[in-house]
Ligand binder design. Sequence first.
Ligand SMILES: NC(=O)c1ccc[n+]([C@@H]2O[C@H](COP(=O)([O-])OP(=O)(O)OC[C@H]3O[C@@H](n4cnc5c(N)ncnc54)[C@H](O)[C@@H]3O)[C@@H](O)[C@H]2O)c1
Length: 354
Amino acid sequence: MGGIIRVGLIGCGNIGMGAHLPAYAHIPEAELVAVCDIVEKRVQAAAECSGATAYMDYRQLLKRRDIDMVDICLPSDLHAEASISVAEAGKHILCEKPMAHTLEAAQAMINATQKAGVKLMIGQVRRFDHRYASIKAQMDAGKVGRQVFIRRAERQFLPFPPEAWQWDTKRGGGVILDIGVHATDLFRWLFGQEAVEVYAVAKSVREAAREAGSYDHAFITCKFDGGGVGFAEASWAYPQGFGGALYAQLDVVGTEGKIQYADKDTNPMLIYSTEKGHELPRYFRFMSTTEYAFEEEIRHFVRCILDDREPVVSPQDACAALEMALAAQRSAETGQPVHLPLQEETRWRESTLA
Ligand SMILES: NC(=O)c1ccc[n+]([C@@H]2O[C@H](COP(=O)([O-])OP(=O)(O)OC[C@H]3O[C@@H](n4cnc5c(N)ncnc54)[C@H](O)[C@@H]3O)[C@@H](O)[C@H]2O)c1
C-alpha cells in the first residue's frame, strides 16, 4: 500500500539525534513532522536539521491529529509511561529497548496498545543488522547442523557522567538491562527456542557504576528448552579508546560447523580522536551498521503500518528478552541460577517463535 506515515519523535538525545532522526531522511514513506525534548537546545537542534516542529512537552505533540506514529527515544524508565500515553492518543509506537523495567509495565504497554488497536514494536535493532540476519539465515538453512551454543560479546566504553540516568539502577537498570537485552533477544531469535534458566555474574567496575550501585560488566549464561546455550559478555567497563566504541562478537557453534563474526573483520578502520571520539568510516554497508540498522528497523515498522502487517519483533518477543534480562539481573544479585518463566502467567511465551 502507498501513503506517508507522519511521525513524532520524542527524545532527541544520543540515539534520537544520532540514529533515529537521520534515518527518516532515507525513508520516503515516512515524514518526521514533530520532535520533542525537555532540553530546549536539543529540540531546537532537532527541529532545525529536520524541519519538524519542536515541542517541549510530549502531551502537546500527542494532541496533533495528523501524527500517525510516535518514535520513543526516551530514557528507559520512561518507555512504559510514554508508550501508554501514545497508545491512548491512538498512534502507533516504535519504542527503544529495553521495553520496560518490569514485566508488569511491559504487560501494561501491551494492554494499552491492544485496547487502542495500535501497533507496538520495541527497537530490538540487532535483528535489523544485516550481519546477524545473515547469520540467522545460515543457521535456519542448517549450515552448522544442530545448534549447540552461541557466544556473544558487546563491549563498550560508556562516556556518560556519573549523574547520567544510564548508571542509575532505577532509571537505566545498568548494563544487563541496557545491553544484555540485545543479547537475550539475539539468543532467543537465533536459536528459535525459549529460555528456561539464566545465570549471571556481574560487577561494578567504573567509579560511576560503583557509586550508583549498578552493574557495568556482566557475564550472562542462558539455557534454552531445545538444548541451546547462549553465553554473553555485556560491558560498559572497557577503558576509553580500547579499540571500538561498540565492539561486538558472535560465534555460533553447531554439530556440523560454526559461524564466527567479530567487529574487527567488518569495521577494519577505527578512528579515535579526543575531539570526536570514535568514528567508524562507512565505506560499504557491512561497516558502521549504526546508521543502516536503525534505518531498516524504522522502515520495517513504517511499512507494517502502511500494509497493516505485524512487525517481525512482536511485543511478546520484547517481553521475553526483557524477562531473560531481568532473570540475569536477579541471578547476579543472588548468585543463584534463575528459572523461567519468572511469572506463572507469561502470555508472551506461547506463540512468538517461528
Ligand atoms: N538500540 C540501541 O542500540 C540503543 C543505543 C543507545 C540507546 N538506546 C536506548 O534509547 C533510549 C535513549 O537513550 P539515549 O542514549 O539516547 O539517552 P539520552 O539521555 O541521550 O536521550 C534521551 C533524551 O530524552 C530527553 N527526555 C527526558 N525526559 C523527557 C521527557 N519527559 N520528554 C521529552 N524528552 C525527554 C532527554 O532530555 C534526552 O535528550 C534508551 O532507552 C536507551 O536504552 C538504544
